[in-house]
Design a protein around this ligand. Structure first.
Ligand code: PGA
Length: 229
């Protein structure tokens, strides 16, 4: 498998119809802001939300539920992105609950893990990954609709990419804890996609900045398809 998912974060992102046309038959996932989910679904894009709550409804200001996403025709959700963990108090427990609820209700899930630069520098990468992955594993087990994303926090939006060797080592470690496809995320661009996606334990990419540009995103999806075939 080689999945390429575009995380638009809090950007309007490209025109969904134009992106759909440019992608043709290429496999893809897009995760736009909530206000653009319907337009992406309507354009025929494989569409994920950037997060999802574990309760079907309730007094949870600012959150969105699985049934609400399913009513729009959304196919899945990202959970535990490092920006949610860093800026919005997301914990291993809440990430696990979100993942579990989405999987139980039939959505696909991309659950994100990754270490900060300080953690890597102090040789804590494996400890941090183990805690994050085990929280997801204990809540969800192995699941055919569960994909993990290894995103070293220091590589996100910084232009710094993990070397293919670093990515491969972390992916292999993550897979030793939970048998699931693992996407790499952190400054993936058309120029570095091939060397990253060619690593045996790298099963795809979670792309932020480069997914906002139709040409770049399509180029990365095409690279993934060529490696797959
Ligand atoms: P980036 O973001 O590609 O802009 O580094 C990746 C992500 O946050 O998923």
């Amino acid at each position: 498998m080689s999945m390429v998912a575009g995380n638009w974060k809090m950007f309007e992102g490209p025109d969904p119809q134009a992106l759909r046309t440019a992608l043709g038959d290429l496999e893809h996932v897009v995760a736009p802001p909530y206000t653009r989910l319907a337009a992406c679904v309507d354009a025929g894009l494989t569409t994920y939300a950037q997060s999802v709550h574990w309760e079907p409804e309730g007094a949870f200001t600012g959150e969105i539920s699985v049934p609400m996403l399913q009513a729009l025709g959304v196919h899945g959700a990202i959970v535990g992105h490092s920006e949610r963990r860093q800026y919005f108090g997301e914990t291993d427990t809440t990430v696990a609950r979100r993942a579990r609820a989405a999987l139980d209700a039939g959505l696909n899930v991309i659950a994100c893990v990754g270490e900060t630069w300080e953690e890597r520098e102090s040789n804590d990468t494996e400890t941090v990954l183990r805690i994050q992955v085990e929280a997801i594993r204990d809540a969800c087990g192995e699941h055919e609709r569960l994909v993990l994303a290894y995103e070293p926090v220091w590589a996100i939006g910084t232009g710094k990419t993990a070397t293919p060797q670093t990515a491969e080592a972390s992916h292999a470690f993550v897979k030793s804890l939970l048998d699931a496809p693992v996407l790499y995320g952190g400054s993936v661009k058309p120029e570095n996609a091939e060397e990253l996606l060619s690593q045996p334990s790298v099963d795809g990419a979670l792309v932020g900045g480069a997914s906002l540009d139709i040409e770049s995103f399509v180029a990365i999806c095409r690279t993934a398809a060529s490696i797959r075939s």
